[in-house]
Design a protein around this ligand. Structure first.
Ligand SMILES: C[S@@+](CC[C@H](N)C(=O)[O-])C[C@H]1O[C@@H](n2cnc3c(N)ncnc32)[C@H](O)[C@@H]1O
Length: 273
């Protein structure tokens, strides 16, 4: 609680108050919350919609593994519009940091080329915060969207930019939450859907140990289990299961592994064949 208290205080001081204290206390996220070592209450954020996620998992944890030259290396030149999709972007901090990491600033702070990022999340409060703190409103857009439901807005965004697919899709620390809430079919549909709208997909799948911890935490709190946890057939090496589905059924191939994050998760880059 001391930790929670400290976080609460920092949020009060450093940001305008976007949330009630109750909301904040319920959905704060302790260190390694996504890896499953936490002792606090993640069950109150059943979709991984932690309100202070980046206090514990700062963007640098992932960005340090990804080369700033990635877009260039993937063949996306300065002159063409390049679209990035960030799935389950939470409050947008990683989205903005990712954009700044990949899109260099030239002299006079003018950004080269046209790179646009669309971030979405099912949590409207998080998206509201992302919108309010977005420093690059011409290039970065945040919308509320549940990827397991109707995702027509993604098609609208693509057509507005004259593209049929996103050039790069980021799906970081989201698969477990979709899997636990929507079962094996939900996970496979998520991967298939993302593959169908992306030329490249950067995937960080939570390892199985995180699932066990997430379920254990709920039980400790005396809450009912995630709807699908006990019946999941896809278990074990989650990154490998995702790779297999993407390669066998989605026309994608693994082209690079950027190593593992400090939370012991692989960052895998897939490309449309
Ligand atoms: C653990 S956070 C990861 C945030 C961010 N992707 C990152 O890696 O820093 C997981 C996020 O996925 C979102 N999420 C979970 N299920 C979702 C769904 N079906 N559609 C959209 N967002 C979802 C949650 O609301 C939460 O903000």
């Amino acid at each position: 609680m001391y930790l929670n208290g400290a976080i609460l205080f920092r949020f009060r001081v450093s940001t305008r108050t976007y949330f009630t204290e109750t909301h904040m206390a319920m959905a704060t996220c302790p260190p390694s919350c996504d890896t499953g070592d936490e002792k606090e209450d993640p069950g109150a954020a059943p979709y991984g919609n932690f309100i202070n996620y980046y206090t514990f998992n700062p963007p640098e944890n992932r960005l340090s593994l990804v080369p700033a030259s990635l877009l260039h290396e993937l063949g996306y030149s300065d002159g063409e519009a390049t679209l990035i999709l960030d799935v389950g972007c939470n409050s947008g901090e990683l989205s903005v940091a990712f954009y700044k990491h990949l899109v260099p600033q030239s002299e006079g702070n003018q950004r080269k080329g046209k790179v646009y990022l669309l971030g979405f999340d099912l949590d409207e409060s998080l998206i509201q915060r992302a919108q309010q703190t977005n420093p690059l409103q011409d290039s970065i857009t945040f919308i509320p969207l549940d990827i397991t439901k109707n995702a027509d807005q993604l098609e609208v965004y693509l057509s507005q930019h004259g593209c049929s697919q996103f050039h790069l899709c980021l799906c970081l620390a989201v698969t477990m939450w979709v899997h636990l809430n929507h079962g094996d079919s939900g996970l496979l549909q998520l991967l298939s859907r993302l593959a169908s709208i992306s030329q490249h997909l950067l995937l960080e799948a939570q390892p199985w140990k995180c699932y066990r911890s997430a379920a254990r935490r709920l039980r400790k709190l005396g809450r009912s289990d995630f709807d699908h946890f006990k019946t999941l057939k896809i278990r074990g090496d989650m990154a490998d299961h995702a790779r297999e589905h993407l390669e066998k059924h989605c026309g994608m191939e693994l082209i690079q592994s950027f190593g593992s994050t400090s939370w012991d998760r692989k960052l895998l880059l897939f490309k449309r064949k």
